[in-house]
Design a protein around this ligand. Sequence first.
Ligand SMILES: [Ca+2]
Length: 449
Amino acid sequence: MRQALDIARRAAVRPYPAHYSAYKYLFEANMCYRSLSWLVPVQIVVLLVMLGCNSGNGTDETGAPSTSAPPASVPSVAAGTALRLSPVVTRLSGPVHITHAGDERLFIVEQPGRIRIVQQGGLTAAPFLDIVSLVQSGGEQGLLSVAFHPAYNLPGTPGFGLFWVNYTNTNGDTVIARYTVSSANPQQADPASALTLLLIAQPFSNHNGGLNTFGPVEGPAGQRYLYIGMGDGGSGGDPQNNAQRDDTLLGKLLRLDPSLEARPALPFYTIPPDNPMAVAGAPLGTIWAKGLRNPWRFAFDPIKGDLYIADVGQNSWEEVDFTPARTPGGRNYGWRLMEGQSCFNPPSNCEAPGLERPVAVYANGGGRCAIIGGYVYRGTRLPALTGMYLYADLCSGEIFGLTQVTPGVWQSTLLLSSGRSILTFGEDVQHELYVGSDDGTVYQLVAGP
Ligand SMILES: [Ca+2]
């Protein structure tokens, strides 16, 4: 809780740009507070600063109810899927990302700027990486994720020992940087190995996206590309219309080939030739899809390669966007024209050719505030969940499972009311799932009442 207070305090004193005053920030806080009055105040302040919780700008976004996908509120539990959260490690500082490097270790990203290792059930003493001095942390800023090269553990291959982090630097801008593991110690990264691939200016402190992850095998030589989720730059309502513009990386899903053999020199990546704007070159050629507000977490089905994006909504609707494997790039997921299934800006007649509709939405309110995307379950310990896409709500702590019951027809089921503030899901090398909570604990999702 002390850490949580520190995060809130730092967020409150952050020197916002003149057009985004501290008053505005507090206003947003109040907006969110009203829908969260069942929580104690300290928790609320921490929660709302994550993920653009109700970053309203006074615009009326009372969208019409969904026309197809129903709110994910069905309080039923499928037979045999009684779940609970089993603590794995505690006393972490903002566990915002949980992943693996192709071996049995869990890597936990702590928001202030550390990557920790869990091995044989315990946290190793020394961080794998500590870049606290480079990171501005608090609210939606910080060290937000890490992606290990798919061949990270294969000595002699070009991907050996490489990983890419996504963080907010001390100017408040997004940095995508590559690091290398220490040549002497596999439990430590080499902090001097940093190379910056992308430096993306952030006009506001919120909506930084934040996930780096590798997609399925896609390239002609079997490459797996690095995908990067970028928020719309922040404030509320996307005032710069970044998500719909083609001249900024904000509000986009990016896709690039970061392999060492492809580009050992600046900018340390190449642009896949089938990216829709590849001819634009670096960096705009990295754009893969647009129309996203704050895709804090997205995931590829490890078996099918389908893409699930959980896009955090404005004041009304949270959404899941589904894209089948091998779909060409250039998709437009709708924001700020639409929020969920409803017009946002303009408030009516917002339809444009080719807008992708979400496959699942749920309304804010009733304790719900922001979607936290998870994974398609492909582990073995919870067979009833196989093939189901799990997601959660940051504030309510509910965990849902989304299934395509027949082509084009999707159903969300409430799997667990965890009672926790869920910051992220995580996956280990066996595809078992975890959640990170703002109580500083990483839990494993296990069977049992
Ligand atoms: Ca959308």
